[in-house]
Design a protein around this ligand. Sequence first.
Ligand SMILES: Cc1cc2nc3c(=O)[nH]c(=O)nc-3n(C[C@H](O)[C@H](O)[C@H](O)COP(=O)(O)OP(=O)(O)OC[C@H]3O[C@@H](n4cnc5c(N)ncnc54)[C@H](O)[C@@H]3O)c2cc1C
Length: 433
Amino acid sequence: MSSREENPPLRAETRWKDRAETVIIGGGCVGVSLAYHLAKAGMKDVVLLEKSELTAGSTWHAAGLTTYFHPGINLKKIHYDSIKLYEKLEEETGQVVGFHQPGSIRIATTPVRVDEFKYQMTRTGWHATEQYIIEPEKIQEMFPLLNMNKILAGLYNPGDGHIDPYSLTMALAAGARKYGALLKYPAPVTSLKPKSDGTWDVETPQGSMRANRIVNAAGFWAREVGKMVGLEHPLIPVQHQYVVTSTIPEVKALKRELPVLRDLEGSYYLRQERDGLLFGPYESQEKMKVQDSWVTSGVPPGFGKELFESDLDRIMEHVEAAMEMVPVLKKADIINIVNGPITYSPDILPMVGPHQGVRNYWVAIGFGYGIIHAGGVGKYLSDWILHGEPPFDLIELDPNRYGKWTTTQYTEAKARESYGFNNIGKVQIYCCL
Ligand SMILES: Cc1cc2nc3c(=O)[nH]c(=O)nc-3n(C[C@H](O)[C@H](O)[C@H](O)COP(=O)(O)OP(=O)(O)OC[C@H]3O[C@@H](n4cnc5c(N)ncnc54)[C@H](O)[C@@H]3O)c2cc1C
């Protein structure tokens, strides 16, 4: 189902600029989306500097899930803007993005979870997106491979699905270029020097550039970029895994793509991948793995487009829960386990906006769910940069909610707790995937 192979990588740029209005550091889905939005809105001299190649951080290997659902009111709008953009990107840029929208069902197997769904329904009127509570019969009709024994209800979001993150980023990059942005790679930013007039000298081995504004969109390297301007961003690298199976005859025999499933008590997401299944668990805070060495010593200089070693034992209880819920998994072969780094902030939400500690330094960092957030956040931030104030209230993403008091010890303890709260035994607080 992935369309990764259908889009060749964009050719590298040979141009260089000495001056830029905005320099974005990092060519993952978030940075590229911002470049696209700024250039499309008419900003001249938008430059994105990427240290190796576009998508080379967390983006290339993401599971690509997209959803209209968010437990918070404000972030629902970000999700909405992302999905609406992704729906039209292929037509606008000519790049295939591999967007599938079979809908999604969140499964309730406890009365508390049914109550949570009812609560979520009281908030649907705030937004244009559809959301319904559905009965077990309807769930079975939509997802015939389910074991219905424990299922009490489902929260159904039509239009949810998944997108190929690589192709999405390439399409945004093609759009950014079309509207005049310069996307330069390889161009690792090695130093950032503030000037007395508020501008920045941005240095790379390829040359230096004067920028009116810089935006840190460096993914799990964001702490390293923050240090260049004297800031300690409270971010923790976490290992997150998903499992892909080979073809399952019962999946292959289906006439239409299965909706994405989220078993909240089992704490995993599950979607169709070609004629097999892909599922990704969120472990408890005790079991999850923080990449501790990166917290103490930074990302190893040589680490590039790489993955961690897979660890099936760590997610075994979720694998078993998934096998119980979707019994065809029991006879499926696992053909791939992806274990990649994500950055989490203490409260699981990204940091987006100008940093009040340093003049003309903006951030778009700490994305645990960057694929669904990239489109909407790129638009939000671009509006803010261009018009001088945020287009709507997203106070929960304010980078200045953290400060000098946010020690590494605090960040790690809270990020661990937040990741563990993704689903398990709790209502969804901020988690959406
Ligand atoms: C296994 C897994 C599955 C996931 N599944 C989903 C999902 O289904 N849906 C979802 O929404 N999210 C998912 N995510 C999360 C998602 O992948 C990330 O939130 C998202 O990719 C972050 O994008 P980004 O642009 O912020 O960072 P990145 O993609 O990490 O990009 C940062 C870029 O900055 C560059 N860079 C760093 N330092 C410098 C420098 N000094 N100079 C120049 N460039 C620099 C890097 O090379 C990199 O390309 C998943 C993550 C993992 C690990």
